[in-house]
Design a binder for this molecule. Sequence first.
Ligand SMILES: *Cc1c(COP(=O)(O)O)cnc(C)c1O
Length: 425
Amino acid sequence: MDTKSKELFEAAKRHIPGGVNSPVRAYGSVGRAPRFIASAHGSRIVDVDGNEMIDYVCSWGPGILGHAHPQVIAQVQKACGDGLSFGAPTEKEVRLAELIAELVPSMEVSRLVSSGTEAVMSAIRVARGFTKRDKILKFKGCYHGHSDGLLVKAGSGALTTSVPDSAGVPADYTKNTLVARYNDRASVEALFESNPQEIAAVVVEPVAANMGVVLPAPGFLEFLREITKKYGALLIFDEVITGFRLALGGAQEYYHVTPDMTTLGKIVGGGMPIGAYGGRREIMEMVSPVGPVYQAGTLSGNPIATTAGIGTLEILKADPGIYRRLEKKAGQIAETARRAAGSRVWVNQAGSLISIFFTSEKVTDYETALSSNTAKYARYFGLLLDQGIYTAPSQFEAMFLSDAHTQEEVERTCQVIESALAEVC
Ligand SMILES: *Cc1c(COP(=O)(O)O)cnc(C)c1O
């Protein structure tokens, strides 16, 4: 039953492009009408037709504790009573910056913004200001938000020319964006060799989760650390997804590689709009009003959003066992898929992030991710949805686990996945 969702989708399309405020929500690649959500608690999400589903989207990552955690909600409700925004400094911003520095020690100094997009865009501006260089190097298939210079993948096979992915982005805006292949050291070396004094920063998702989940090959992050050092470029980890998810200290703790700068989003706001970027003092003191790099925001450090962020991080900090529990549950799902479909699927898992690719190739980068049969994914997605398992409506997004998913729910999910894979593969 999705009558009300369908009605709302039609109404939405009249005044909102494609009926949604972020494209993937339109279910375009799975041939269904999107579910409009009424509420969510813990691991369960309920749509406007009253369908209750086990949620593995978790708001695309922020919901690591599950939805509407009572402690966080109580703190947010109290904060709302004190006013929604002041445009002036607050104690909560200090507390959140202290917590970030404590949990992610490489972020000695950080700045709060309102989205992951803003965080990465600003970090790159700072890296350019700090190094006095213009070029940046990113990886094909990594997503860093929708700012102009980052909406790029390499033109067909030519790793040195970059064309915008989106209409409306002048080619001039992306001419300083170099694109390498994820997990391919030679492609990175070649770009550094042909631009030795020009690359301000390498920006990377330390575990890629926007081409489906793709793990860094052993030594790849260490290699990026070394080569950036060698050429005087900064290493920026975009931990908007991995931050506080792979480990309390993010992917940099999980893989023991320390970047110069880090960007955060999603979990750091506990479901409210926050992004953050930071690094060591010397770099971050480039930012206005201390330094010459301008960056500002009317709602930056918003008191309600910082309350939700602090509340979430405090709970994670008090319960370090959470990461072992998450990884165990995710491992169970990944193993089930591998057992059920054998070599007809490729499953990547890092911590509580999972992707099942419908390909017999080993998925290690954008090209191999694209080898997945998305029509099969669409059928698999539909079978899960019809049995109350709510997953990402796209092959190229992760499945997210939360601490609220119970063992029984994970087992039920495994059964549904097993039968769906038997039918699709
Ligand atoms: C979600 C995401 C962003 C963008 O964050 P928004 O809050 O959607 O602007 C940037 N980088 C990565 C790795 C992300 O997953």
